[in-house]
Design a protein around this ligand. Structure first.
Ligand code: DSN
Length: 432
């Protein structure tokens, strides 16, 4: 029996049940500022926990290798239709297990091993799958990398260096140009990338893992119809289950589908595909437009409050859901690692992150990445962002003072009590 008196299906495994309850409690009582996380709706959670997890469905709707796929076909067709309608795309593949699988699927479909891909370097704000030497992408393809412009005192620097993209594209003649980032706080305009790709005869992929929800909600420009292929994750700003997806025109549909299955993956996770379908429908509602706009407003409020507290922000601020903090102006001795650890103890969850040209290693870093998607879902607004920024600054300023850390932890708990993402869903304790 769970604490709310409902029978818990997990009563048979108290060890796992206790861990899941502790995680639910952590999510409810600490501030979630990881830019790539969100709180899914109970409907998304319910679909993820459904009996479709029992089903094998290698192939695609109408072309499966096993029997019994009538309902898997229905749900995957629905997810594909909802994805194409939401983003205005001709074709969607909703099977990638993650953003990394989606990106790899595109490379496998469109680029031969050893051919050149132009993408953003990880330490400049790109992603592992944009050619990091430790990723299979960097080992399989010849990546050439661009970064951001130098920092400027007025905050106008640290933008994607389009001159470098153009120069490198002209010199290297890549097969594919990738736009997309994981640690970049400004809007990414797909049009200049398209122009550069056209000039050198390259294909253009837009990795919308981070801004997918902002695009769906109309807060950021859509790359669909401009890029040849758009990849995204479903669990960040889009607020769906953990997973990936690919959008493309009909001309690439067969190659993309064949690359995802059988090229890269085995059986799709149809329970997650069902949850993706739920999330796509939720993102098509008018409330989601308001949500996307509020995510951006909250990030701007968080940024302004952090600047007032003495932090330097990479790129001088934000246009999206995230803020990249350069800790050195606040305290030259403070590393991202130390900041993340003490903030964790105070109940403020975020991740250390390299900043452009970071002198410290990726494991230590000089930066913190903060994001607003999750707490905006929980109902926080600009005034709460100012409170969060001041709590964060207090902990970092007095990080060796355990009494300060404990007092902030208490205030965080009190703040979060008013913003429970799962208030009104008592059944959640039965599965979590
Ligand atoms: N881990 C994701 C992020 O936090 O941005 C990228 O894969």
């Amino acid at each position: 029996m769970s604490s709310n008196g409902h029978d818990s299906p997990l009563a048979s495994d108290p060890e796992v049940a206790a861990i899941l309850h502790a995680e639910l409690e952590r999510q409810r009582t600490t501030v979630q500022l990881i830019a790539s996380e969100n709180f899914t709706s109970p409907a998304v959670l319910a679909a993820t926990a459904s009996v479709l997890t029992n089903k094998y469905s290698e192939g695609y709707p109408g072309r499966r290798y096993y029997g019994g796929n009538v309902h898997a076909d229905e749900v995957e067709s629905l997810a594909r239709d909802r994805a194409t309608a939401l983003f205005g795309a001709a074709h969607a593949n909703v099977q990638p297990h993650s953003g990394a699988s989606a990106n790899l699927g595109v490379y496998l479909a469109l680029v031969e091993p050893g051919e050149t891909i132009l993408a953003m370097r990880l330490d400049q704000g790109g992603h592992l799958t944009h050619g990091s030497p430790v990723s299979i992408t960097g080992k399989t393809y010849r990546f050439v990398s661009y970064g951001v412009t130098p920092a400027r005192a007025d905050g106008s620097g640290e933008r994607i260096d389009l001159d470098a993209v153009r120069d490198l594209a002209r010199r290297e003649r890549p097969r594919l140009i990738v736009a997309g980032t994981t640690a970049y706080s400004r809007v990414i305009d797909p049009v200049p990338f398209r122009e550069i790709a056209d000039e050198v005869g390259a294909l253009f992929m837009f990795d919308a893992a981070h801004p997918a929800g902002l695009i769906a909600g109309g807060a950021h420009p859509s790359p669909v119809g401009i890029a040849d292929v758009v990849t995204f994750t479903t669990h960040k700003t889009l607020r769906g289950p953990r997973g990936g997806a690919i959008l493309c025109g009909e001309e690439h549909a067969r190659a993309i589908d064949a690359a995802v299955f059988p090229g890269l993956q085995g059986g799709p996770l149809e329970h997650v595909v069902a949850a993706k379908a739920v999330a796509f429908a939720e993102a098509a509602r008018p409330e989601f437009k308001q949500y996307a706009a509020q995510v951006v407003r909250n990030a701007a409020a968080l940024a302004a409050a952090l600047v007032a507290d003495g932090f330097r922000l990479v790129a001088g601020g934000t246009d999206n859901h995230q803020v990249l903090v350069d800790l050195r102006a606040f305290d030259a001795e403070l590393t991202g690692k130390a900041a993340q650890e003490v903030l964790d103890r105070a109940g403020i969850t975020c991740n250390r992150n390299q900043i452009p040209d970071d002198p410290r290693s990726p494991f230590v870093t000089s930066g913190l990445r903060l994001g607003t998607p999750a707490e905006t879902t929980a109902g926080m607004r600009e005034s709460e962002m100012a409170v969060v920024a001041s709590l964060l600054a207090r902990v970092l300023r007095d990080r060796d003072d355990q009494a300060v850390v404990e007092s902030v932890r208490k205030e965080v708990r009190e703040l979060c009590a008013g913003f429970d993402p799962y208030a009104g869903s008592p059944w959640i304790e039965g599965i979590a």
